[in-house]
Design a protein around this ligand. Structure first.
Ligand code: S3P
Length: 426
């Protein structure tokens, strides 16, 4: 994939549906009773992995010509033993969340995935699910996928996580639906709360207080209509391009603005970004249109409780920091090292290849803004967010940029290059 510099980006856009919410809509829909109709579902490789896993467990899931996805739920205890291994592809969300459900079934399953997923840490779910009574093991004994899960009756636990992770929290809460008493999870900082919101919407007894979420055993959940908001993690590429390319103005319609996901906009505004929220609507997971205009940015320190609320957007905000006046420090973000790639190491390597002044730290990076970027060959390691971040960097650089394995954007945003092209003025 070759990308050339741009003059600016202008126009209107609707980004695809939120990946986290799309996964959860299939999962809750599958274990609920009755029909769940999902509009705005994200048809990307990751979410299709979730659909494929539940189909293999006997759930009928169909797609209408207008993109509406219908899940014919089988009820809390209605999943069937799959006859083959469940392939979660590249998806950490599929692997970790589904493990919570599988831990309570009366059958055995094996989960696997691609090269990246088979390197990601699974001890973080193996430990709490085992404490609940689950029989879950890493087949190769390396605390990674493939995982073998033999369903067992589960007990409620009170668990404190070491890291703020919605995937870990959600695995425990989903298992807790099947436990013999209340289960609570306390995290160091609040991670995205889509599981709590959607669980409640489907009829589960889930309460939240501070960074603790508590679920009580459920008798049954009931299928609902779900409208998936646009993904802020996909909007961030257009927000950043519009902020940094002079003379840009972009209106992004229907973006999810749940505060547990909105850290990037909060931080960019602190840096001086002109981002206006229009037409806010929706309960549960609220949405708004975002109007973004080019802005001069200033360096800031980014750390603490805002990190989980912008974890997937941090690489793109680091790119923005290269164009800010002064220094930006990103800290408390060691979790970036265990995403689809080591996003700290890979961001620093690629930003440096383009001429940026960046230092790697154990839990983040230090970006000295103001050095112009030039085109380079970018190593994406098939990480979709790295590819999209550097597609934006390429618009801002002098000369051509080449993205290796640029088609990895299919993981979360199959139409990314077409949308970017449509808004770009050269
Ligand atoms: C997700 C949670 C985050 C995020 C991932 C999606 C989710 O991961 O990085 O892209 O849908 O719950 P962690 O929970 O591991 O931080």
């Amino acid at each position: 994939m070759i990308i050339r510099p741009a003059r600016n980006v202008r126009g209107e856009l609707k980004v695809p549906g939120d990946k986290s919410i799309s996964h959860r809509s299939i999962m809750f829909g599958s274990i609920a009773k009755g029909r769940t109709e999902i509009t705005g579902f994200l048809e990307s490789a990751d979410c299709l992995s979730t659909i494929s896993c539940f189909r293999k467990m006997g759930v009928e899931i169909t797609r209408g010509s207008d993109g509406t996805v219908t899940v014919y739920g089988r009820g809390l205890r209605g999943l069937k033993a799959p006859s083959e291994v469940l392939d979660c592809g590249n998806s950490g969300t599929t692997t970790r969340l589904i493990s919570g459900i599988l831990a309570a079934q009366d059958f055995e399953t094996t989960l696997t995935g691609d090269e990246s997923i088979r390197k990601r840490p699974m001890r973080r779910i193996i430990e709490p699910l085992s404490l609940m009574g689950a029989d879950i093991t890493s087949v190769l004994g390396n605390d990674c996928s493939p995982l073998r899960i033999c369903g067992r009756p589960l007990h409620g636990i009170e668990y404190t996580t070491k890291v703020a992770s919605a995937q870990v929290k959600s695995a425990i809460l989903l298992a807790g639906l099947y436990a013999d008493g209340p289960t609570s999870v306390t995290e160091p900082d609040l991670s995205r709360n889509h599981t709590e919101l959607m669980g409640r919407y489907f009829g589960a007894d889930i309460t939240s207080s501070g960074t603790t979420a508590t679920v009580r055993p459920a008798a049954e959940l009931y299928g609902r209509k779900v409208e998936v908001a646009g993904d802020i993690s996909s909007a961030i590429y257009f927000i950043t391009a519009a902020l940094l390319l002079p003379g840009s103005e972009v209106l992004i319609r229907g973006v999810g603005v749940n505060p547990t996901r909105f850290g990037s906009v909060k931080v960019l505004r602190e840096m001086g970004a002109d981002i206006t929220l229009l037409n806010e609507s929706g309960e549960g997971d609220p949405q708004a249109d975002l109007l973004v205009r080019s802005s001069g940015l200033k360096g800031v320190t980014i750390g603490g409780s805002v990190i989980p609320a912008m974890i997937d957007e941090l690489p793109t905000v680091a790119l923005a920091a290269c164009f800010a006046e002064g220094t930006t420090v990103i800290k408390d973000a060691a979790e970036l090292r265990v995403k689809e790639s080591d996003r700290i190491a890979l961001m620093v390597k690629n930003l440096r290849a383009m001429g940026a002044d960046v230092e790697e730290t154990t839990d983040g990076m230090i970006v000295h803004g103001g050095k112009p970027l030039h085109g380079a060959r970018i190593d994406t390691q098939k990480d979709h967010r790295i590819a999209m971040t550097f597609a934006v960097a390429a618009l801002l650089a002098e000369g051509e940029t080449e993205l290796a394995d640029g088609d990895c954007v299919n993981i979360s945003y199959p139409e990314f290059y077409q949308d970017l092209d449509r808004l770009t003025i050269r």
